[in-house]
Design a protein around this ligand. Structure first.
Ligand code: NAP
Length: 312
């Protein structure tokens, strides 16, 4: 792994750092997408099967619509079949459950993605529990999440953003076994499953959340620090151990008069300051973000392979 921290030569000389290795998530995600495209073509040539991903979107949340559009576009770009289902916000839980059951039984559909959050009157657990385990490419069926937390059990699929973080760490050669990993955030979507994935790879994991007291001493002990809290530039340089690998999952919008849109995206980490201390760091945008869809595409190919193996 690229470690840019240089030890001070003696106590009287100020510590010397060189800038961190910038982990290029956009490039790594592109490599994964290209691999998926090749695998999809090979599967089609061999078995006549086109991997298919169904997306289920309920309601009119603009961000959810944008995410689903982007997922469907990538699906089509890679030569996968995309089945889109959009339902109005008044749709009942029973109707969504019925659709997911139908998709779970449809042989043309290999992966099912239910875009979260669902409207408040629909239980996520009830709907996600209906996604067939072998089609659960988002990894949110409660059984898959449960297996993630159990020793010597593996879920069929792990949630895409946390899996993308692990992929970035592994591809940059970051040792996970025995490493002190600190995860900021414990959400069902990112922080919690990521902590379980790190634990499963024998890291020593500390999970911090909004009730954690005095976070900085904890983060300063981290070999691997992952920020997933949705707070603009929360992680400052003094919170980071020299040479640590810092993964920024956060996506926050800030005003920027120099942009045509008047805004831009930043992470949970003060990138400019932290890159002077860390050994490696992901930027926002261009770090974890592109990995999420890439991992979804990879999971969809794997789901199609599972289905094909069952038929032969
Ligand atoms: P979330 O559901 O709002 O969870 C935020 C977590 O951060 C909670 O566990 C919360 O603690 C904790 N937290 C909030 N403020 C804190 C503070 N001041 N100190 C310590 N912990 C604090 O958010 P999420 O869905 O996990 O998303 C987190 C960030 O990642 C967001 O910026 C989101 O946009 C981004 N994200 C990016 C991707 C991607 O593809 N790159 C994917 C998903 C999410 P409590 O549990 O105590 O409330």
């Amino acid at each position: 792994m690229h470690r840019s921290y240089r030890k001070p030569s003696n106590d009287t000389i100020a510590e010397e750092y060189v800038t961190a290795h910038i982990i290029d998530g956009a490039k790594i995600a592109e490599d994964i997408r290209n691999q998926v495209k090749r695998e999809a073509a090979a599967l089609k040539a061999k078995s006549g099967i086109t991997p298919g991903l169904a997306t289920v979107l309920v309601g009119d949340n603009p961000a959810s619509h944008a995410y689903v559009r982007s997922k469907r576009k990538t699906t089509a770009d890679l030569g996968l079949e995309s089945f889109g289902y959009e339902m109005p916000k008044e749709t009942t839980q029973a109707e969504v459950v019925a659709l997911v059951r139908r998709l779970s039984a449809d042989p043309k559909v290999h992966g099912i993605l239910v875009q979260l959050p669902l409207p408040a009157h629909i239980s996520e657990e009830a709907v996600l529990g209906e996604v067939a385990l072998d089609k659960d490419v988002d990894g949110f069926n409660p059984i898959n999440i449960g297996k993630l937390g159990m020793k010597n059990r593996s879920p069929t699929f792990a949630p895409c953003t946390p899996a993308g973080v692990i992929e970035l760490l592994e591809r940059t050669g970051t040792p996970l076994e025995g490493a002190n990993a600190v995860v900021l955030g414990r959400s069902n979507i990112v922080g919690l499953p990521l902590s379980l994935l790190l634990l499963g790879r024998n890291a020593t994991v500390t999970v911090c959340h909004s009730r954690t007291r005095d976070i900085a001493p904890l983060t300063r002990a981290a070999d691997i620090l992952v920020a997933a809290i949705g707070r603009t530039r929360f992680v400052t340089a003094h919170m980071v151990k020299p040479g640590a690998v810092v993964i920024d999952v956060g996506i926050n919008e800030i005003a920027d008069a120099s942009k045509k849109s008047g805004k831009r995206l930043v992470g949970d980490v003060d990138f400019d300051a932290v890159k002077e201390v860390a050994g490696a760091i992901t930027p926002v945008p261009g770090g974890v973000g592109p990995m999420t869809i890439a991992m979804l595409m990879r999971n969809t190919i794997r789901a199609a392979e599972i289905a094909t193996a069952k038929c032969t």
